[in-house]
Design a binder for this molecule. Sequence first.
Ligand code: SF4
Length: 267
Amino acid sequence: MDVTVNPGNVHDSVAFDGLYDRLVERNTEIKAIVADAGYKTPWISKRILDDGRIPVLPYKRPMSKKGFFPPYEYVYDEYFNCVICPENQVLSYATTNREGYREFKSKGYICENCPSRHLCTENQKFEKTVTKHIWSDYLETVEDIRHTPEYKALYERRKETIERVFADAKEKYAMRYTPYRGLSQVTNWVRLKFAAMNLKKYALHRWKRSHQYSALINLYTFFCQNKTHNPKSRLEFRVIRQTEKQLRFAIAFFSYIRLAASDIATQ
Ligand code: SF4
């Protein structure tokens, strides 16, 4: 697990680049990037797709004013490079702004007498402006990916994995609130917490692996014993069964002690 700490006024989508660079530098085999709706921006989609990876991003609600036409009512005509409004009027291309959005504007003298104007614009000059990002095609590709069963299933795994890490960080590692001030102090504090979380994850992983192998060895030994040993009498058979039971109990007991000790050490 990796982490970057950014000032509170930096949006998630802006903070994405630093973490993404670090992640793909160390793990070149990454094929898909799963993130929440906050990261569904034209730049992030372009960045991931241009790198030959798959962005798996969820549905994002259109940000239109309540009681007004939703954005999908304004249809872009690629051939004529214009937008058609719900009243079938043409909004012509006007300019591309500094943020990379192409602006399409309606004609005030047409909109002035439009019966749907109250659902469309509140502009004083009766001019409706529709924007479309120059990289909006990337967002459309991301929408197509979102409907693919394979990536739908992959997105579902997000809540089972990374969301649990967030929940643990907040609830068990007291990261809902920081007692420190300043970027450097908070960075040190967060990194220390994540180091502890990583160590715990590593210890549990090691324990699970070693436990799995010891269980396999025990099972193998048990079957070998049963195969080679042919008890001569009922009494001898009972003694063997008794010893087996005691051994199993001892293994279970020591496994529990090990688990409890590792849990205490990591908390
Ligand atoms: S106000 Fe203008 S842009 Fe809006 S629906 Fe009416 S004609 Fe179209």
